[in-house]
Design a protein around this ligand. Structure first.
Ligand SMILES: Cc1ncc(COP(=O)(O)O)c(C=O)c1O
Length: 360
């Protein structure tokens, strides 16, 4: 009898962005920048940092299992009830909770090709079949996606904007698609990057959660600059959140993270600054790519996907030797593409200089 569950043998673990310290050590470089994991280049919000420091002397106690203050603050922020908010140790954990709550053997999940890899990785841990629709123009093709749904589909994942392409689906298309999906299917709208949207027709998705099986995923890892303490949350109707609550660990969001997230939510100035750095950085990258004759995908997120026109892993390694960590797209099957996260102005310029050297 096998020790390990059969499906675990097939799981490909998530490959995280290369850490700065590891790159310094391995390559003997002094100055290394990381533009690989769509983090906030400005650091955490100063208000969050102060709140996290202030709570450190209390870490001998367990955190509030109910996350009372953070859930209350989020409920107020989104004008929903506290019972419509589920906290997670990053939205990654909420994806896992979704499978714990909804998945039964024989069910499948539907998503797109070339999307956030955790959907398929966590699905494979649970032995779920993942049915993927191809992208169209680097964008979720919601028509193709709806056609993949069958009588055993339990969950549909739509990353909006999508990672790693940065593209988004507009309100009309999304509503048409939601209208086609049977009511018994839970539709997950993953909005990790919604703070960086700069278009008018992005869906106001909160209006879909009432009376439907639509679950929104949000995170403090991007615009709020708290990737390292791990906080994400889901918004859905109370009954669904109640079922998901049964499946989470009692202390899944730690004390420091709860304090940091509460304070970050109020730091409107930091959010405004981050957004303006990201929007300016995106334009800087577009101009750079256009000047260099490099094809890129216009993005609504804090990263840009581009086609180096040659082997992406080689370009990644060469950029690394210049102290710049980006992400090659081999795992996604996009052999000549790379994804670069918007950094500070100085970091973007360092990336530009390195790219020009590497591709010249
Ligand atoms: C689309 C998408 N969803 C979710 C996440 C996970 O975020 P968290 O740090 O909250 O687990 C990411 C992280 O990169 C992401 O790109």
């Amino acid at each position: 009898m096998a020790l390990v569950k059969k499906n675990i043998l097939k799981v490909t673990p998530y490959a995280a962005g290369k850490p700065i310290e590891e790159t310094r050590r391995e390559l003997g470089l002094k100055h290394v920048i990381k533009l690989a994991s769509n983090e906030n280049p400005l650091g955490p919000s100063p208000r969050a940092l102060a709140a996290m420091r202030a709570c450190l002397s209390g870490v001998n106690r367990y955190p509030d299992s109910q996350g009372y203050y953070l859930r209350k603050a989020l409920a107020q922020y989104h004008s929903v009830a506290c019972g419509q908010v589920l906290l997670g140790n990053g939205s990654d954990e909420i994806i896992d909770i979704l499978f714990k709550t909804f998945f039964e053997p024989g069910d499948n999940v539907v998503t797109s090709e070339t999307t956030f890899l955790e959907y398929a990785i966590i699905a494979s841990v649970y032995g779920a079949e993942v049915r993927t629709a191809p992208l169209r123009n680097f964008t979720y093709d919601l028509n193709a996606l709806a056609k993949k749904i069958d009588s055993r589909t339990k969950l549909v994942f739509i990353a909006n904007p999508n990672n790693p392409t940065g593209t988004y689906v507009a309100r009309k298309e999304l509503e048409r698609c939601l209208g086609r999906i049977p009511a018994r299917v839970a539709v997950v709208l993953d909005e990790a990057y919604d703070a960086f949207i700069d278009v008018k027709d992005y869906p106001a998705s909160l209006r879909y959660i009432a009376g439907r099986n639509v679950i929104l995923l949000k995170t403090f890892s991007k615009v709020y600059g708290l990737a390292g303490v791990r906080v994400g949350y889901a918004l859905a109707r109370e009954q669904l959140i109640g079922y998901m609550e049964r499946c989470r660990q009692p202390f899944n969001v730690n004390l420091v993270a709860q304090a940091g997230a509460c304070a970050a939510l109020k730091d409107r100035e930091f959010l405004r600054k981050t957004r303006s750095v990201v929007l300016a950085g995106r334009s800087f990258f577009y101009s750079l790519f256009e000047r260099m004759g490099i094809a890129y995908v216009p993005s609504q997120a804090n990263f840009v996907l581009f086609d180096a026109g040659r082997d992406g892993v080689t370009v990644f390694k060469k950029l690394l030797s210049h102290g710049v960590i980006v992400r090659d797209m081999q795992q996604y099957g996009l052999r000549t593409f790379l994804r670069v996260t918007v950094g500070t102005k100085r970091e973007n310029e360092m990336f530009a200089r390195a790219l020009e050297k590497v591709l010249s």
